[in-house]
Write a protein that binds this ligand. Structure first.
Ligand SMILES: *Cc1c(COP(=O)(O)O)cnc(C)c1O
Length: 385
């Protein structure tokens, strides 16, 4: 946090979330280079939905803009409006499309909805006719997710509607790009090819983060990474090619020793197998430290006193108990790594039975947020927040 010393941060009694915007920028450059941006390759957009996966849309978008990113994807109108305040020029696509009656709000903020059904496309076309302008929209074609997007059989019925607006991008979304051996990936690429052949010529986009690492390299005209920008591993099972962006640390509030047979935490789900030294830290499920990481046997690990230490007992709302018996000596006020050099978002996620995406998007609103290497403008924004 600008102007706050380590002691002042500690005095707040809050956990500390550190976000390295230079690492984010380097991840953007890595992904853009993979996609061949700058040469004849694909443009690299950035997905910044859900407050930039929990990292903070203002500082993240400012840094990406400074890196030359010109196209962003958000999920909702409000996210698009927030982003539009930061950049008059960037293209902003809204992945969820637009709700009935809301077209004008999108046009007012110069947002491009991603349209995925005939009723939605018909309403956009109708709005454009009434408004006397061919406003831009993207077309989402379903290739297997069955979530959002046009059924291929709908495409012939689209042609009467297309002249009323400006379709600027055709896109689809992978079901399981993180599993590079899944035959489904190739099938989706083929289906998307077939769909694009039925549409008027326009730029096309298929890849999320993991798509950028598929052997088939279906980068087309534009790629849409999110997770990998923020340091998540787009190639699970192999080394993470991305730089770490997020660090999260908690404070030790209290240390105690308990005898074997005693329990710790709510509902007494954990019993000490022998004499144990425990530390209570200032982070809980209200901070996004998922309760599913609780330890009836032993739970997720944090890094403290030079080694990994397991959570014991239930993670509660604001507090967590860890077993530091094997760690180097620790005392009240010491910092414990929840995420960082030793514990990655994918590690914590797999131990807590979820995916790193959920770890990121649950990052608590009450952590102290410190942005390293912000642009001057983003720095002001984080102070104003
Ligand atoms: C969220 C999302 C992305 C980004 O996916 P990552 O796996 O985070 O890279 C891309 N496209 C669509 C349609 C999405 O919903």
């Amino acid at each position: 946090m600008p102007g706050m010393s380590a002691d002042e941060i500690k005095a707040t009694g809050r956990a500390l979330l550190e976000i390295d915007l230079e690492a984010l920028a380097e991840n953007y450059r890595t992904l853009a280079a993979r996609a061949g941006s700058g040469a004849s390759g694909a443009e690299c957009a950035a997905v910044v939905k859900a407050d930039a996966y929990g990292l903070g849309i203002a500082p993240v978008a400012q840094r990406l803009l400074a890196e030359g990113c010109e196209t962003f994807f958000v999920a909702h109108l409000a996210e698009g409006q927030a982003l539009r305040k930061l950049t008059p020029d960037a293209r902003i696509f809204v992945l969820d499309g637009f709700p009935p009656g809301a077209a004008k709000l999108y046009v007012d903020s110069d947002l491009v909805p991603v349209l995925g059904s005939l009723p939605e496309i018909a309403e956009w076309a109708e709005f454009c006719k009434r408004d006397g302008a061919r406003h831009a929209a993207a077309l989402h074609v379903d290739t297997g997710m069955n979530r959002l997007g046009l059924d291929r059989r709908d495409i012939p019925r689209l042609h009467a509607l297309l002249p009323a607006f400006a379709p600027v991008l055709a896109m689809s979304h992978f079901v399981s790009a993180e599993d590079s051996s899944a035959p489904r990936n190739r099938r989706q690429i083929e289906r998307f090819d077939e769909a694009c052949a039925l549409l008027p010529p326009m730029p096309a986009s298929l890849c999320n983060s993991s798509g950028l690492f598929l052997e088939e390299a279906p980068f087309l005209d534009l790629v849409r990474p999110g997770y990998a920008l923020y340091g998540g591993n787009p190639t699970p099972g192999s080394d993470n090619p991305m730089r770490r962006v997020v660090g999260l640390s908690a404070l030790i509030l209290q240390i105690r020793e308990i005898a074997g047979g005693e329990t710790a935490g709510y509902n007494a789900i954990w019993t000490a197998p022998s004499r144990r030294k425990l530390a209570t830290i200032n982070i809980g499920y209200a901070d996004g430290f998922l309760r599913s990481g609780s330890g009836g046997d032993y739970g997720v690990e944090v890094f403290a006193g030079g080694r990994n230490c397991p959570v014991v007992g239930r993670i509660s709302m604001d507090l967590t108990i860890i077993d530091i018996s094997e760690a180097d000596p620790l005392q009240r006020g010491d910092r414990v790594e929840i995420l960082g050099e030793h514990i990655g978002i994918d590690d914590l996620a797999s131990q807590a039975g979820t995916i790193g995406y959920e770890i990121l998007t649950d990052l608590g609103r009450r952590h102290i947020r410190a942005y390293a290497n912000a642009t001057a403008k983003a720095d002001e924004t984080s102070r104003a927040d």
